[in-house]
Design a protein around this ligand. Structure first.
Ligand code: FES
Length: 113
């Protein structure tokens, strides 16, 4: 299911509530032609692009440690609320809003034109 909206965003269904990562874990999803990392940090689910800005590690195969998304390759840590890392200024993950609508999980993508 894909819904284009008038505010330059698109909603894409990526799965069901039961597909979401358990608290304290991350999981990879594929949607809109790309892999995403969904991270459940203390019961709040965040979505980001899955490619680490360091050397491209798959963030959805990483971990949550002390409330941060940790890349599995070299342990860079990212704030799930902002996508920022303390390792490198201006290296930031692209974050996407997660919407749970009943049993459906949708991700909001900002249109890239
Ligand atoms: S590739 Fe992610 S920390 Fe190096």
């Amino acid at each position: 299911m894909t819904l284009s909206r008038s505010d330059d965003t698109t909603l894409i269904k990526i799965g069901l509530r039961s597909d979401l990562p358990a608290p304290g874990t991350v999981k990879e999803f594929f949607a809109a032609g790309r892999f995403l990392c969904l991270a459940n940090v203390e019961g709040i689910v965040y979505a980001t692009n899955n490619v680490c800005p360091h050397w491209g590690g798959p963030l959805g195969q990483g971990k949550i440690i002390n409330g941060k998304i940790v890349c599995p390759w070299h342990n860079w840590e990212f704030d799930p609320r902002t996508g920022e890392t303390r390792r490198k200024l201006n290296a930031r993950l692209t974050m996407h809003r997660v919407i749970v609508d009943g049993e459906d999980v949708l991700i909001e993508f900002r249109d890239e034109t």
